[in-house]
Structures are given as C-alpha cells and as structure tokens.
Design a binder for this molecule. Structure first.
Ligand code: ZN
Length: 177
C-alpha cells in the first residue's frame, strides 16, 4: 500500500537516485510519448513550505501529443499530501488529483504565445526535467489557503482547547513558520 510511512517514501527516493527523468519536449509531443512514475514529496524541495509534513507521494503521468500545429504536454498527478489548515492550523489530508495541459513552444515564440493563448506555455527543450515540471504543477495546483471542512475544523479546535496553555498555541504558531 502507498502511504505516509517513512519506509514507503524511502523506496521512491532510492528509485529516483538512479536517474532524474528528462524528456525532449518536442520529440515527446510529436511522437505521442508517455511517461509514468512516482516521486516522494520530500524530494521536491520547493514544495516543503507548502506542506504540513514532508510525507506523501505523487504519481505522475505525462503524455505528449500534437493538435494541429501545437505541441502539447499533459500532466496528470495523483497522490496525497498533508497540508496545514489555515483556520485552525491543524494538519489535514489532501488528495492530489490534478491535470494540466501545457503548450510547448520555442524560445522565440514564448513571449507572443503567452499573450494570445489561455493554455500555459513553456519552452520546449531537449532535456526537460520531469520532476521539476511535476513540482511546478503542484505549486500551482495546491490550494494557498486550505482548510478543513467545517465540522472537522471544530474537532481540531476542541482538541487544542483541552490541552491548552499559552505555550501550546505558541508552539503551533512556531511550527507554522
Ligand atoms: Zn481546520
């Protein structure tokens, strides 16, 4: 089973030490290539500020395709992580389920393409770092102010009241930074 236990996370970590996957963006799209993999969230350093704890994983599925003269890269992410509720500061499970479509353009096209297109554009390069793409999409897709559903949040607040001292609140605030 996939989960938050350290053992599982270490397996993904070790698997990725062998090679950080790279794709040739234009070739990937033109030839309809696909790539699947999994990565532990603690191997994505830019994500750490957004997570309540570093456990969790994300499975990625990249698919390249061409539509008319456009080269597209679809990124599908599924997994789970722990975020911090911005109402009670408690931790919460957050299921990751997001799909995004990126348009691959050349360096000379990118400025013009960004203004006349709703699809996000990225520069196609021969050695695009897949984990960095995954990290970018997570940074864009995770909520900035996550919160529990109303009932769950009240449970968290009751727990902190029972154990409460001013220092307990300080500890929570410190942890947030
Ligand atoms: Zn909450």
């Amino acid at each position: 089973m996939l989960g938050f236990d350290r053992g599982g996370a270490n397996i993904y970590h070790a698997r990725l030490m062998f090679a950080r996957p790279l794709i040739d963006g234009a070739d990937f799209a033109l030839n309809g290539k696909e790539l699947r993999g999994e990565v532990a969230l603690d191997t994505l350093p830019r994500l750490s500020d957004r997570l309540a704890e570093s456990g969790g994983y994300v499975a990625f599925y990249l698919r390249g395709h061409q539509m008319f003269d456009r080269l597209l890269l679809e990124i599908e992410l599924t997994g789970k992580c722990r975020l911090r509720c911005q109402r009670c500061l408690g931790e919460m499970d957050y299921p990751i389920a997001m799909t995004s479509s990126l348009r691959l353009v050349s360096a000379t096209e990118i400025d013009a393409a960004d203004t006349d297109d709703e699809t996000e554009c990225i520069e196609a390069a021969p050695g695009m770092d897949v984990l960095s793409l995954v990290e970018d999409e997570l940074l864009l897709g995770l909520p900035y102010a996550p919160s529990h559903t109303v009932g769950k949040c009240a449970e968290q607040l009751n727990v902190s009241k029972q154990s409460s001292s001013p220092f307990a609140v300080l500890a929570v605030l410190n942890h947030k930074q």
